[in-house]
Write a protein that binds this ligand. Sequence first.
Ligand SMILES: Nc1ncnc2c1ncn2[C@@H]1O[C@H](COP(=O)(O)OP(=O)(O)OP(=O)(O)O)[C@@H](O)[C@H]1O
Ligand SMILES: [Mg+2]
Length: 260
Amino acid sequence: MSRVTVDGLFMEYDRTPILERISLEVASGTFCAIVGASGCGKSTFLRLLLSQERPTRGVIRIDGDEIAPEPTPDRGIVFQRYSVFPHLTVCGNLTLAAELKRSRLVGRLFGAARRREKDAISDTLRKIGLWDARNRYPAQLSGGMQQRLAIAQALVMKPKVLLLDEPFGALDPGIRADMHDILLTLWRETRMTVFMVTHDIKEAFKLGNRVLVFDKVRHDPQHPAAYGATITYDLLLDRNRRKAPDAADRSGPDLAGSVH
Ligand SMILES: Nc1ncnc2c1ncn2[C@@H]1O[C@H](COP(=O)(O)OP(=O)(O)OP(=O)(O)O)[C@@H](O)[C@H]1O
Ligand SMILES: [Mg+2]
């Protein structure tokens, strides 16, 4: 279970409103794609979900409990680039991620538990197609492989909620399509709740079963920074139609949520 509830969220930086009046109920296992103009606060929203920032007002809950005030292993994040440790091999990166999670929870593992953890890492490496590259360093990997490693690193922590900030933005279109398949397979297997920011509207409709559009609804021509962005469209997509190979071929989505 990983139901996410956002209640009356406001965020300001130096008294400049960035996000305002964001309230949201996301069912466990939803894949939320987030789109919106550059600078409207999408990454800020993910940082709030991660507790990298504290909101000016409002509460975020996972399964009814307010999120911890600092990042915890229940929430994993993948950025567009540079979220792996360059001085560790592929395997080393995953082992460290597992160790970080463990040290927070139960301390050191020995014997059978440690073997189970190694097996879990090997399994993740195979699933994400990095088994043969397990002893390489990030600089020796292609961009697509580095992003797969970043996703694997987040998954090893077994988060309830996975946050992805333009994870494929720097990749070639062909590699992106492969990454979509891998991500969808992992999402179905793990039943995680996902929030993914993308600038690619086709990608949003291909991957998400819910698409959130962030935009400003209030404008003051004299003070362009007077108001923050909110969720202007909340589109719940039909699960069966989600499997369509090309979102652009589909008829319009169901408008299940609010249009403010
Ligand atoms: N730490 C900070 N201090 C002050 N202002 C910030 C900070 N972080 C972000 N901002 C401002 O908040 C606004 C939203 O930034 P954010 O990075 O969330 O936008 P975004 O929607 O992710 O943009 P992009 O699509 O370009 O990635 C921007 O105006 C940005 O300048
Ligand atoms: Mg951003």
